[in-house]
Design a protein around this ligand. Structure first.
Ligand code: PLP
Length: 219
């Protein structure tokens, strides 16, 4: 499966974040041995434990909602934070990154699905963050793009519409704030069930778990 997905994504230079949450280190090493280096997790403690145990050239992406009091555990090593959704979180990431003399790449998470969730910004809220003096003084974070999750549905038209919307948000912010900034280039969208739709809609990074590692068992 890994080879098939990798081949499919290579056509558009879309990168694969292998979502290894709940899965043991052996599963990660199996992909690592095939040359894969980008893995995604969504629990701070689980990620910290895996980081300590596994090879240090793995690029760890944090893809879930991150509580501010957990940022300090991840700041020394995370390669990217996919779900930044408040100025308060960005401030804390900046503060902890500074302690380690790092700049942490972050994506702004947008709420594009029909489902009700408390996570994710809209364009108005994103502009409020990007216009603020506080944000402009954050030197140890780098906003590299946007992230979103589509509605969990079989309705492909609906999913496509939501991915198109995220792409539009990306284009809008690029034009308004990042026109001169080549590092603002990522659109993180697409999971096991919808990655092909996301890829066709211009995703630069998909986050796939189940298709690579099998169903997750949460008990
Ligand atoms: C778990 C998770 C994924 C991967 O989901 P699959 O359906 O298993 O591919 C992707 N993105 C986020 C934010 C997740 O939490």
């Amino acid at each position: 499966m890994y080879e098939e997905i990798a081949r499919q994504l290579a056509k558009t230079n879309t990168r694969l974040v292998a979502v290894s949450k709940t899965k043991p280190p052996e599963d990660i090493l199996r992909l690592y041995e095939k040359g894969h280096r980008i893995f995604g997790e969504n629990k701070a403690q689980e990620l910290q434990e895996k980081y300590e145990e596994l090879p240090k050239d793995i690029e760890w992406h944090f893809i879930g909602h991150l509580q501010r009091n957990k940022v300090k555990y991840l700041a020394p090593f995370i390669a990217m934070l996919h779900a930044a959704d408040s100025l308060r979180l960005l401030k804390e990431v900046n503060k902890q990154a500074k302690k380690h003399d790092r700049v942490i790449p972050c994506l702004l998470q947008f709420h594009i699905a029909e489902e009700d969730t408390k996570y994710g910004l809209d364009l108005v809220e994103a502009r409020e963050i990007l216009d603020s003096e506080v944000y402009k003084n954050l030197e140890n974070i780098q906003i590299c793009g946007v992230m979103g999750m589509a509605t969990f549905t079989d309705d492909e038209k609906q999913v496509k519409k939501e991915f198109d919307e995220l792409h539009h948000i990306f284009d809008t912010l690029k034009a308004e704030y990042f026109a001169e900034d080549p590092t603002f280039k990522e659109i993180s969208m697409g999971m096991s069930g919808d990655y092909k739709i996301a890829q066709a809609a211009g995703s630069t990074m998909v986050r796939i778990g189940t298709l690579l590692f099998g169903e997750r068992n949460y008990d």
